[in-house]
Ligand binder design. Structure first.
Ligand code: AMP
Length: 548
């Protein structure tokens, strides 16, 4: 028999699109809940009710004149309405464009124009920010304000709830959607050049969210309640909202209340089992929880942390003092974003080796292929030692940027060059040592700023540490460590050096520390080393102490 005859006997043309998630919410998980924190307390809705609102919202999109393939902007926190848009816009056949509310005005203006957003849904609490930009967004036909707050001077502003009311009840006649059609658009938060658009397809989101549900990844299930702190405007909130729709997990949404106090209280009262967020927020939460033993965070048995390297000590302290388990994930906007996940091989022995593995970025998820490329592009061995730039490919990895040729060098032969430097061990565990642009090359050898930071942050009085390269006549570059110490703590540069001795190679020991008030952060909460390097260069980096 020819191969042709052996093909097509499965339903291979069943589309992997978000209609399945939408249908599943109604048919399998009508009782799953979305709980949103508001000023008046927690507002709840079941998936069954939300599905009906998604139908209404699809009708609203039609009334607004949104057409198939149009980009629809959101300027919103993590809340129920944003989740409704996550479902309605792609199922309607349009593209959900989540705008990063923390970007600079010029970047936002650029992005809205580049994506050609004509309609933007905005939370009332964010109207004051958008108002200031509105005059430079001539292409936007309508602003839809979510909530009862002021609409300010936004031109052509309409109210979400009024439109929903007018849209009437009943099901919506959704279009059939090819799985390769675009579902969502998110721009990178890169600090150099213009942000670049990553266009996720229905297929990529379906496969990515399915993979993140697996036991060796986020392992979301119908028994979970997921507290979504990672912003829904950044890389689909790591796929957690989509995963919850598939699995039937509850979603707990903090809206704009992202400080440690409201978060810790929300955890104590809502008892989420899963929390996804970046290390800086986890660190704030840890400090707050330490100071408030009356709060109980122990429901969090399965947290995901990533976006930047997760300090080993942070995971350890949380686990030992609060029974909160954090697993590390790695990825980027271009990888949907989850590409690797760090479930330790066996967790019976909590020895140093076990924690070393926990501090790694993890194994590639099924369907993600990964290799590391040496300086001349040669493939490096997986021996836990050799380092090189991570390259990835797979069904939820970007093949190119949206309408932008400037980033073409990042894509070659079907692989994405990530700009992250790492080693991979014999078990496939990836360990990131640096961003390519942050590497420190001292006397011809690389020093891992990530590893150094990790060790400095294991000092009990250190809150943040960011290591940058300082030009050096003899060694070309030497590490300079910027630290933030706990308020009231008396820590000297010598103490830090002493702490590092024996933990890192002698020639890695920083020559200089800078005691700073805060490490500057990017719009998505990563250490912004470019700003620190700039301060060093112009001589404005505070609190510098030379040692060694
Ligand atoms: P973004 O596209 O803004 O999500 O940024 C992606 C970048 O964040 C990656 O290329 C890494 O440099 C960094 N990153 C994400 N997760 C981790 C992690 N677990 N450890 C170290 N760096 C990370």
């Amino acid at each position: 028999m020819s191969n042709q005859k052996l093909m097509g006997l499965m339903q291979d043309d069943f589309p992997l699109n978000l209609h399945h998630l939408r249908r599943r919410m109604i048919s399998c998980h009508p009782d799953a809940q979305v709980a949103t924190l508001t000023e008046q307390g927690v507002v709840r809705a079941r998936f069954g009710e939300i599905s009906q609102r998604v139908d209404r919202l699809a009708r609203v999109l039609a009334q607004l004149g949104v057409e198939r393939g149009d980009r629809v902007g959101t300027f919103a926190w993590n809340n129920q309405r944003h989740f409704e848009l996550y479902m309605a816009v792609p199922c309607y056949g349009a593209v959900l464009h989540t705008l990063n509310i923390r970007l600079f005005a010029e970047q936002l203006t650029y992005i809205v124009a580049h994506a050609q957003d004509e309609v933007i849904f905005v939370d009332d609490s964010l109207v004051p920010i958008l108002e200031q930009l509105a005059s430079s967004l001539p292409g936007v036909r309508h602003y839809i304000v979510m909530g009862d707050g002021e609409m300010g001077s936004l031109p052509n502003a309409l109210r979400y709830e009024e439109l929903m009311e007018q849209a009437g009840a009943g099901s919506f006649d959704y279009p059939e959607i090819d799985e390769r059609e675009a579902a969502a658009l998110c721009y990178t938060s890169g600090t150099t050049g213009n942000p670049k658009g990553v266009l996720y397809s229905h297929r990529s989101i379906s496969l990515h969210s399915t993979a993140t549900l697996m036991t060796d990844a986020l392992a979301l299930s119908k028994n979970d309640r997921a507290l979504v702190v990672v912003p829904m405007f950044h890389a689909n909130a790591w796929g957690i909202p989509h995963g919850a729709a598939l699995a039937g997990a509850d979603l707990v949404m903090p809206d704009r209340f992202l400080q440690a106090e409201p978060l810790a209280k929300l955890i104590t009262s809502e008892r989420p089992t899963v929390l996804g967020c970046v290390p800086t927020i986890f660190a704030d939460l840890l400090r707050y929880a330490d100071e408030h033993p009356e709060l109980d965070l122990s429901s969090l048995s399965n947290c995901a942390c990533g976006g930047s390297a997760v300090p080993k000590q942070l995971m350890r302290d949380f686990e030992e003092r609060h029974k909160v388990r954090i697993f590390q994930a790695w990825g980027m906007t271009e990888t949907s974003p989850v590409a690797t996940y760090a479930r330790p091989p066996q967790d019976s022995q909590h020895d140093e080796r076990y924690w070393q593995t926990r501090a790694k970025q993890g194994k590639p998820l099924p369907w993600v292929e990964l290799r590391i490329a040496g300086t001349s592009g040669e493939e490096m061995p997986w021996d836990g030692q050799s380092t090189g730039e991570i390259e990835v490919r797979g069904p939820w990895i970007a093949a190119r940027y949206y309408n932008d040729e400037s980033g073409e060098e990042k894509f070659h032969d079907g692989w994405l060059r990530t700009g992250d430097i790492a080693s991979v061990d014999e078990q496939g565990f990836v360990q990131i040592t640096d961003r390519a642009k942050d590497v420190i090359k001292s006397g011809g050898e690389w020093i891992s700023s990530v590893e150094l930071e990790n060790e400095v942050m294991s000092h009990p009085d250190v809150i943040e540490a960011a290591v940058i390269a300082k030009p050096d006549e003899r060694w070309a570059e030497r590490p300079l460590c910027c630290v933030v110490v706990r308020e009231g703590a008396d820590v000297s540069a010598e103490d830090l050096l002493e702490h590092l001795r024996g933990r890192v190679a002698k020639w890695w020991l920083p020559d200089e520390f800078a005691f700073v008030k805060e490490v500057p952060k990017t719009s998505v909460g990563k250490f912004d080393k470019k700003v620190l390097r700039g301060r060093l260069q112009e001589g404005s980096l505070e609190g510098r102490v030379t040692v060694n």
